[in-house]
Design a protein around this ligand. Structure first.
Ligand code: ADP
Ligand code: MG
Ligand code: MG
Length: 199
């Protein structure tokens, strides 16, 4: 079972890897965006970490709901409301249980992903974070490591895609040949689950 501490470790591990990979995320957002994705993610998850240290929600749902709210209020770009929705919806789905199973986490992330797709209107194949999150959530039933691999492969698979949502879509055909920054940060978020589980 996964308790609130697991979810705190997940958010902290995400903050660390987003911090470490910020330059790469921003570089990916340069040819097909406005070169701020690393900055946005770094700011957002740093705020998540600070808030979770100050307020200490004692349920998994509480941790994710607070993290999602924080992302929405601190990240100006498209990714803030989208990641915020993912985590807030997932948090809501977990309710006020003190511990949740991996299957409940998978269901909650499924609900969060539905929220992302409703808010942003992106479908698989549109070259967005959805392309990493959909295969990751599907693979979660096979464990965190499988989800991590699926997310990384999903992110890499965005390279030949034509962007149909977000800033990259303004480039039309010229968006082809670049990996999507948001799909790349989603792979970091999913990979952080394995780190939280190891701790
Ligand atoms: P902005 O584009 O506002 O500068 P970011 O650079 O932080 O925001 O985030 C860009 C990422 O957000 C994209 O790489 C993509 O993965 C994701 N994204 C943008 N629009 C959408 C959308 N409508 N649905 C899903 N994801 C989206
Ligand atoms: Mg950007
Ligand atoms: Mg921007």
């Amino acid at each position: 079972m996964l308790d609130a501490d697991f979810f705190r470790r997940w958010m902290a591990a995400t903050a660390m890897s987003v911090d470490r990979e910020a330059d790469r995320l921003t570089a990916l957002d340069s040819p097909i965006g406005d070169a701020d994705h690393g900055i946005n993610m770094k700011r957002g998850f740093a705020a998540v970490r600070t808030t979770l240290e100050k307020e200490t929600p004692d349920t998994p749902g509480g941790v994710l709901t607070l993290a999602g709210k924080q992302l929405i209020s601190t990240v100006g770009g498209a990714s803030g409301p989208l990641y915020g929705t993912l985590l807030r919806r997932a948090g809501k789905a977990l309710g006020d249980a003190g511990e949740v199973s991996e299957a409940q986490l998978a269901d909650a992330l499924h609900a969060g992903l539905d929220g992302v797709m409703t808010l942003g209107g992106a479908k698989p194949g549109d070259k967005t974070m959805v392309d990493a999150l959909v295969p990751a959530v599907e693979a979660l039933s096979a464990g965190f490591a499988a989800a991590r691999t699926a997310a990384e492969e999903g992110a890499e698979a965005t390279t030949p895609m034509l962007a149909r949502k977000g800033r990259a879509s303004y480039l039309g055909e010229r968006s082809i040949g670049h990996q999507d920054p948001g799909a790349t940060s989603s792979a970091l978020l999913v990979a952080a689950l394995t780190e939280a589980a190891e701790a």
